[in-house]
Design a protein around this ligand. Structure first.
Ligand SMILES: Nc1ncnc2c1ncn2[C@@H]1O[C@H](COP(=O)(O)OP(=O)(O)OP(=O)(O)O)[C@@H](O)[C@H]1O
Ligand SMILES: [Mg+2]
Length: 415
């Protein structure tokens, strides 16, 4: 097994034993899927592991569809992708459209003598002009009801769909499916970045009891250690304890951070042909991880993150160092005024810039600020050079264990 089979910053874990710390969430998800009329929602911050968890379950089903809602233009296209994935689109949809046309004609003004002629024409039209039919929530549901195999449909990336008809129509569809669950063999998992169902569906979801929410929280230290222990065994390589602890502490519970840093660290280490992983490998890996993250998961910040000015960095540093989720704005202002000597006008201006560019969010109710994307924390820590990875304690001394502990204490108290 190679390091890139284990550290997969670009995709969900390749093997099931590399999904760690999600036993409870997995248990809940499976129970919901076994429960009639229940179609769960998986939410959490960016990069916490939503797709990976859903993928884990999807692998168990023979018939499945996996769509990222932000890659289709509207509900019609989304519906077609689902039907395509289940192998339903071509023949069944034609039959349904034909039937609809026939019903319309029967109700209409057609004379019996003309009937046969007209009927023929309509049938041909419906077969050649399928692309003209808009798939409504109702049409999609009826199509799915005709599919009698147990199947699972994941609709992911449901956030960020401001100008799309998908949240509204999908909410209607979801309600309708739950109402007729007895005749449906399909299960849906809806997922995306957010705290609750509202983050994905806005106010449109009218039957929340049918859509319980699983919120994915940060992974724990033990989960990271379990992952890295397995990785070390598979790769027959030890990650020095001080580096491993540092990665885990900086990750803030985000598996993506660990994958990104370790991927590059192993790549550099293997190329270097050294006997052990050292601080230099780690330092270089962090720089690469930073660039990679801002080209992919955090790409919306790519064009601003390299242009941050000193005051922007100082504001962010004030928020990242204490590792709190919410930070008091008045305290932040006071620190910057007293300790850094900036003017109030400048602080407010730079603060506004960070808000406008999606770095931080301000909560009026209690005057607190937080990072808009919690995943920014670990990566900004690299940019703001809060500690020099080259300077953290080396593992090759006799009293290593003891020294390592105190060095870590110093590093942590610096934060
Ligand atoms: N439980 C886990 N154990 C180990 N690695 C994980 C776990 N969950 C996710 N990962 C890894 O973390 C990274 C991010 O995972 P994933 O893409 O599932 O996150 P996400 O929440 O769907 O992200 P996004 O918000 O961008 O959609 C991937 O590299 C994945 O392999
Ligand atoms: Mg995802």
């Amino acid at each position: 097994m190679k390091f890139y089979d284990i550290f997969t910053p670009g995709s969900p874990p390749h093997r099931k034993d590399f999904l760690v710390g999600r036993q409870d969430d997995l248990g809940k998800l499976i129970n919901y899927l076994n429960s009639p009329g229940i179609h769960p929602i998986v939410v959490g911050p960016r990069g916490i592991g939503k797709t990976s968890l859903v993928q884990f379950v999807l692998d168990e089903y023979k018939y499945k569809s996996q769509i990222e809602a932000n890659t289709v233009t509207n509900f019609d296209e989304l519906a077609r992708c689902i039907l395509d994935d289940l192998g339903l689109q071509s023949h069944k949809l034609q039959t349904l459209v034909k039937e609809t046309e026939e019903t319309k004609e029967a109700k209409g003004k057609l004379a019996v003598a003309e009937g046969k002629l007209q009927h023929k024409k309509k049938t041909t039209e419906s077969q050649s002009g399928l692309s003209n039919v808009q798939l409504s929530p109702q049409l999609l549901k009826r199509q799915l009801m005709s599919f009698k195999h147990e199947s699972i449909i994941s609709i992911d990336e449901l956030d960020d769909l401001e100008h799309s008809d998908i949240p509204l129509k999908l909410a209607k569809f979801a309600k309708s499916c739950s109402n007729q669950s007895r005749w449906m063999k399909q299960k849906f998992i809806y997922s995306g970045i957010g705290r609750d169902a509202h983050s994905l569906f806005g106010a449109h979801l009218s039957s929340p009891r049918n859509h319980p929410v699983i919120y994915l929280a940060a992974l724990k230290k033990d989960d990271f250690n379990f992952f890295l222990n397995t990785a070390e065994k598979k790769l027959h390589t030890v990650i020095p304890r001080h580096i491993r602890d540092d990665i885990i502490s900086d990750a803030d519970g985000f598996p993506y951070y660990m994958h990104q840093v370790c991927f590059h660290m192993f790549e550099i280490y293997e190329k270097d042909r050294s006997k052990v992983i050292n601080n230099e490998h780690y330092a270089k890996a962090k720089k690469r991880a930073f660039d990679e993250a801002f080209s992919h998961f955090l790409r919306k910040y790519k064009y601003t993150v390299y242009r941050l000015q000193d005051l922007h960095k100082d504001i962010l540093r004030e928020m990242i160092v204490p590792k709190k989720r919410h930070y008091s704005y008045p305290t932040l202002e006071k620190h910057l005024l007293a300790e850094c000597g900036y003017s109030l006008k400048d602080i407010k201006k730079h603060f506004r810039y960070l808000m406008d560019n999606g770095y931080i969010a301000f909560r009026k109710a209690d005057q607190t600020v937080s990072l808009y994307d919690a995943l920014l924390g670990p990566f900004l820590r690299i940019k703001l050079r809060l500690k020099d990875p080259q300077a953290i304690s080396e593992p090759d001394m006799p009293l290593f264990k003891h020294l390592n502990k105190s060095a870590n204490k110093i590093i942590n108290s610096d934060q």
